[in-house]
Design a binder for this molecule. Structure first.
Ligand code: 13P
Length: 340
């Protein structure tokens, strides 16, 4: 029974034309985003901004679920409905970020281990009561001189597997997010090699932990050259390398893969997703679970100004719609100027 429910939730998250809105920035991260528009990061401003996102008219045509942060899942709309209840009533599944962040990995300079396993069973039980149907845990792998180490990959993969098993025990679908960062100077080939090794380790550990693969969503990075790499890749090359890597390393039992945007521009993230979906039949559904690539234009259009609330919502709607089209391979860059 639990397996059936997990699989049904996972499939709902990757329903046709739909993807996930990642709005689970920690208080410190949203503070940085607000600093970019010179807005104070007060609890009320954070609540107001999340209300703008979640109540965007029509967003539920393209958004299947929203990842919330601990503070946000306890907040409500101005009209008094908890965000989790509001989202459920509007056909969007509420999710929750449950890791407590990537911390320095002792003995391995420049590498991190994601924390948050202690007390996770109890926190999941509480989040379940607050309405969460799925969860997210982000492991971070950086590429640089001599890194990632085999140990950092293994330790992070084990953390993801233990988290995923606890989520499924609680009837919550785990989003398994091993993010290979695009910050470095590495090229496309190196990203493909590291992403492949990371995915291999993640699935080895998920299998060892007895995780039910039909009841997870994988949230990987795309295979893309580092931002400081002189050799740029075309959108077609990114799509091709990403698909090759995923086909080699992700079992067909996984119902859906929902990419993070990781620092790609909103239009790049949409184009890459669409090219992959246009490439032919795939063993899993490919969609988006974007944070910045969905929110950046909305945050800028709003700018913290009460008179620009609707402009912010329109900007989010446009990105949600175009990514919804990309999720079925029907996006064209020419739509950027015409989409409402
Ligand atoms: P980005 O799309 O901004 O990378 O965020 C997605 C996310 O949830 C990172 O954990």
């Amino acid at each position: 029974m639990k397996h059936q429910e997990l699989s049904a939730t996972a499939h709902a998250l990757v329903a046709k034309n739909k993807g996930i809105l990642a709005a689970d920035e920690s208080t410190s991260t949203i503070g940085k985003r607000f600093a970019g528009i010179k807005l104070d990061s007060t609890a009320e401003n954070r609540r107001l901004y999340r209300e703008l996102l979640f109540t965007t008219p029509g967003a539920n045509d393209y958004i299947s679920g929203v990842i919330l942060y601990d503070e946000t899942i306890r907040q409500s709309t101005k009209a008094g409905s908890s965000f989790a209840a509001y989202l459920s009533q509007h056909g969007m599944l509420p999710g929750i970020k449950v890791d407590t962040g990537a911390k320095p990995l002792a003995g391995f300079a420049g590498e991190t281990i994601t924390e948050g396993l202690d007390g996770l069973r109890e926190r999941l039980a509480e989040y379940g009561k607050l309405g969460a149907k799925f969860a997210k845990w982000r492991a971070v792998i950086d590429i640089g001189a001599g890194i990632p180490s085999a140990y950092a990959i293994t330790a992070n993969a084990e953390g993801l597997a233990r988290y995923a098993a606890l989520c499924q025990e609680a009837g919550i679908v785990p989003i398994v997010e091993p993010e290979v960062l695009m910050d470095g100077g590495h090229d496309l080939q190196r990203c493909e090699q590291v992403t492949g090794a990371v995915l291999d380790s993640v699935f080895t550990h998920l299998f060892a932990a007895g995780v039910y693969l039909e009841g997870i969503i994988l949230k990987p990075n795309m295979v893309i050259p580092g931002k400081k790499c002189a050799q740029k890749a075309s959108a077609e090359q990114v799509a091709e390398a990403t698909l090759r890597c995923l086909k080699r390393h992700v079992p067909a039992a996984v119902p859906g893969i929902a990419f993070l945007s990781g620092g790609q521009s909103p239009t790049e993230a949409t184009l890459h997703l669409s090219l992959m979906n246009a490439a032919g039949p795939l063993p899993w559904t490919l969609t988006f679970s974007y944070g910045r690539a969905l929110q950046e234009p909305a945050l800028l259009a709003w700018g913290g100004q009460s008179g620009a609330f609707t402009s912010g919502q329109q900007a989010l709607f446009k990105r949600a719609k175009l990514n919804g089209l990309a999720a079925v391979g029907s996006y064209k860059t020419s739509m950027e100027s015409t989409a409402a």
